[in-house]
Design a binder for this molecule. Structure first.
Ligand code: TXA
Ligand code: MG
Length: 351
């Protein structure tokens, strides 16, 4: 069902809320990616999310609220730090992990003692949750392990026939999922980098921990499968880290070799990089990498899906650095690479 992303039609929202009230599944746009929503207080509806996605029951869901005033209904306590963060970042792409409240079913939290909560900054999402009158559990609206959907067509690609309703509000403005921040650790800890940057959090928190789940150039990823989750395109993806010129050189060499062995090669590059591959029969997707990498985040999943649609068998992707949303982009590409990370600084002689 098409819906205006800025001023959603109240009748359409009422219809969608009705589907949720009857235990159904509604895919809807948030500012980050499309979510697959169900009534968070209805165990059967929540189980329906896991079934539709093919998601293992051990992976907990994010509970979405229409505003911070209902936070106390879903958590056991609201620490003052949560109020501060809510005042700064909600509505917006920040998810807080807090002690689970007694009304939240264990199906939502995967049996765990904590619950992840956020207030999304999208008029359609907010109107839907408000009309429903209950918290809405929603993971990204993709099959488990696949790329998150930033357009309604992506949702249909993965979930057509498995959900009750899809609200098509166009492309999602942020493009990567929310930052998941744990407030149950001694120091607030980023469990998943996302739409709110580490720098923005540090301005408010002073101290924020980013543990080793984000792999940097210094890290060695032991093996495919060592990563908890893959945000995976179908083609095998290799991520290249290092200085721009050296990386482009290494990628050109690798692309030429892959082409020679009969592979169909796709490249994920920054705007302005493509000239380094002149004369090679490759498919290129270029994303904007200026500022805090907001443009790159917005275009990332669409670019990867486009490479998949082009039928490439190998994707070579550039790392775009860790500033701003770069950390979230690096996290998604590292997972998509499933350990297949090339650090040209140390791997290439003379670079
Ligand atoms: O932007 C987003 O966060 C999107 C939109 C729809 O809101 N949602 C999303 O949900 O990305 P999902 O399920 O694809 O990712 C949620 C992440 C998972 O990595 C999950 O393991 C983690 O949040 N998570 C959920 N509950 C948690 C908890 N209680 N403790 C730690 N991590 C949790
Ligand atoms: Mg997801």
């Amino acid at each position: 069902m098409p819906i205006d992303p800025t001023t959603p039609d109240p009748a359409a929202i009422r219809q969608a809320a009705e589907v949720l009230r009857h235990g159904g599944l509604v895919a809807f746009p948030t500012e980050t990616v499309y979510g697959l929503g169900a009534n968070a207080l209805d165990v059967e509806a929540v189980q329906g999310i896991f079934a539709a996605k093919g998601r293992p029951a051990y992976d907990p869901l994010i509970v979405h609220l229409a505003g911070p005033e209902t936070l106390a209904d879903v958590v056991a306590e609201v620490p003052s730090l949560a109020e501060t963060l809510a005042a700064h970042f909600w509505p917006g792409p920040l998810t807080l992990v807090l002690p689970r409240g007694p009304h939240i079913p264990l199906a939502v939290t995967a049996g765990g003692p904590t619950v992840a909560v956020r207030v999304p900054a999208h008029p359609v999402a907010l109107a839907l949750i408000r009309a429903a009158g209950f918290p809405v559990a929603a993971p990204s609206a993709n099959r488990f392990g696949r790329l998150s959907p930033t357009q309604a067509a992506h949702v249909l690609d993965d979930l057509d026939g498995r959900i009750d309703l899809l609200l098509d509000g166009g492309a999602t403005p942020v493009g990567v999922e929310s930052t998941v921040l744990s407030l149950v650790t001694p120091v607030p800890t980023i469990l998943r980098p996302g739409g709110v940057s580490r720098e923005a959090l540090a301005m408010v928190l002073g101290q924020v921990d980013v543990p080793g789940r984000v792999f940097t150039a210094e890290d060695v990823v032991p093996s495919p499968g060592a990563l908890a989750q893959h945000y995976a395109p179908r083609a095998r993806l290799t991520l290249y880290q290092g200085p721009r010129q050296t990386v482009l050189q290494a990628m050109r060499t690798a692309a030429a070799q892959l082409v020679e062995t009969g592979q169909r090669v796709g490249l994920l590059l920054a705007v302005g990089d493509a000239a380094a591959f002149a004369g090679l029969p490759v498919t290129v997707q270029s994303i904007e990498t200026d500022g805090g990498l907001e443009g790159a985040a917005r275009q990332l999943f669409t670019a990867l899906r486009a490479l998949d649609c082009a039928g490439v068998t190998a994707i070579l992707a550039r790392d775009f650095g860790a500033r701003g949303l770069g950390l979230a982009i690096r996290d998604r590409l590292t997972r998509a690479a499933a350990g297949n990370v090339v650090c040209v600084d140390s791997n290439l002689p003379g670079s």
